[in-house]
Unconditional design. Structure first.
Length: 226
């Protein structure tokens, strides 16, 4: 009897498998879906990690390691075109130019030039001499005077004269980028162009040198001086 059952055991096994064929198919489908899901999950994680790395790289501050060129002229010992690192300040440019010359108006320079200001590429730094200041070629900026001169209640204010009104104008030849940027229609790019094309002998040179267009010139001509 036992031998008889053994002879039919393969057939019985096949019948049992056929009985559970639907469950076996479902099991295989479940395994395949699980494998595909794992592959998709892993791929998505890799894509997300790459996107996070790209985002972090874009948000991190970029280190700019390049040189810029500054034109230092006027009352400096070595007027020339100087190459400095990006982020350099006016003091570094003046030092490269050998410092102020003997005929430089040191008081005017100290009042109107911010040694800590960061220079920009193609900028022109012109240091006026004592003779140029005395001849009125360069006019002290009134905002600077208001800042550096002490003010007390005992000081009497004289009536405004034409000269004082002129001093309140922004000087094309000595104003900083920040001061020029206050003018209507003048942004930092145009302010930089104004500085680059210094010095000016007339206000109209803004037009002849193509620094500003006529519409902008009409807006600022009553607010600027030499």
């Amino acid at each position: 009897m036992s031998n008889f059952l053994k002879s039919f055991s393969p057939l019985l096994k096949r019948l049992k498998l056929k009985k559970y064929i639907f469950e076996i198919i479902l099991l295989f489908v479940a395994i395949i879906i699980t494998i595909i899901s794992l592959i998709i999950y892993t791929s998505n994680n890799q894509i997300n990690e790459k996107q996070d790395q790209t985002l972090k790289a874009s948000l991190s501050p970029k280190i700019i390691n390049e040189n810029i060129f500054i034109d230092a002229s006027g009352a400096v010992k070595k007027p020339n075109l100087y190459q400095v690192n990006y982020g350099a300040r006016i003091k570094e440019v003046i030092d490269k130019a050998g410092g102020l010359s003997d005929d430089a108006d040191v008081i005017f320079f100290n009042r109107n030039f911010n040694l800590a200001r960061i220079v920009t590429d193609q900028e022109k730094i012109y240091v006026p001499s004592i003779a140029e200041i005395n001849n009125g070629i360069f006019i002290q900026n009134q905002l600077t005077l208001d800042y550096v001169l002490p003010s007390t209640s005992n000081i009497s204010i004289a009536p405004t004269t034409d000269t004082q009104t002129d001093n309140q104008l922004i000087s094309l030849n000595s104003a900083t980028i920040e001061e020029l940027d206050q003018l209507p229609g003048i942004g930092q790019v145009t302010a930089n162009k104004i500085i680059t094309n210094r010095p000016y002998s007339t206000l109209e040179e803004l037009l002849t040198k193509k620094v500003v267009n006529k519409n902008v010139f009409e807006k600022i001509k009553t607010l600027i001086s030499l």
